[in-house]
Design a protein around this ligand. Structure first.
Ligand code: URA
Length: 258
């Protein structure tokens, strides 16, 4: 049996906030198995109980999509013998109802920002497949100031110190923030951005992921916080995005950055 609080279940499955749901429940607009329930604390079995809101039956959605603002110190895997994982930041209530959640893509243990978690293997495959060309966007804090000539070097495709070739990547600096850069990446080699900057004799001090495809992380999501995404918003992951718009939007994240 996978029990979840009634208010959380409805908020997860609809566009209503947890607060809206509590009001609906109080007003008697929610039924469980045909019976009006006026108590938000009631726990239901998402796989068995029929829940309706304003007379409409909620179809239980098996897949869950989570936006997480990952803190430093957590690893992007489901299990790790030593360090805490991003799954440790997701409440049991969600993990008990939606089995098999995993991070779709990786950020290094010391990197922060947008991590997308789901139990939808097909979607994860779609967004991670190199053939799909879903870009990822990062703010990078550098040891030495950003150089204008990086733009051309990154665009032409860098060769890492190991001899590996990188695909073309777009990069730009920020006015008044000399040691920061914004980068768009279409691949995900091990420690790629750190190694890209090492190849131009600079050093990455801090990395923050702001966006995946056309989906920007919610800028009001504090470090370590998550939100359950609406199924319709997930589509933005595979939408096109414009580099300079994404860069402008990334400024909202500077308040999170160390
Ligand atoms: N590149 C890196 O070097 N680290 C990350 O976490 C992501 C991209």
């Amino acid at each position: 049996m996978e029990l979840i609080r009634l208010d959380r279940f409805i908020a997860n499955q609809t566009e209503y906030s947890r607060r809206d749901v509590r009001i609906l429940i109080k007003k008697g607009n929610v039924r469980v198995n045909g019976e009006i329930i006026k108590n938000s604390d009631v726990k239901i079995d998402a796989n068995k109980d029929d829940v309706s809101v304003n007379g409409e039956n909620l179809c239980y959605k098996k897949h869950v999509y989570i936006m997480l603002n990952k803190p430093s110190g957590y690893v992007c895997s489901t299990k790790d013998g030593i360090s805490p994982t991003v799954l440790d930041l997701i409440p049991d209530e969600i993990k008990n109802v939606h089995r098999g959640i995993f991070p779709a893509g990786r950020l290094d243990k010391d990197s922060e920002g947008f991590v997308f978690l789901t139990n939808d293997g097909a979607l994860s495959h779609r967004i991670l497949s190199p053939k799909r060309h879903i870009p990822k966007y990062y703010i990078v804090k550098l040891y030495k100031p950003f150089q204008k000539n990086y733009i051309k070097q990154f665009d032409e495709g860098l060769v890492l110190k190991t001899g590996e070739h990188c695909l073309s990547a777009r990069i730009d600096g920020y006015e008044n923030y000399n040691n920061y850069a914004f980068i768009e990446l279409y691949e995900g080699k091990y420690h790629q951005i750190k190694r890209m900057f090492a190849s131009v004799e600079n050093h990455v001090e801090y990395l923050f992921r702001t966006q995946l495809g056309g989906l920007m992380m919610h800028d009001r999501l504090g470090i370590g916080e998550h939100l359950i995404m609406l199924h319709k918003d997930v589509e933005n992951l595979i939408k096109k995005s414009d580099f300079f718009t994404s860069k402008e939007n990334s400024r909202n994240f500077f308040r999170h950055i160390k």
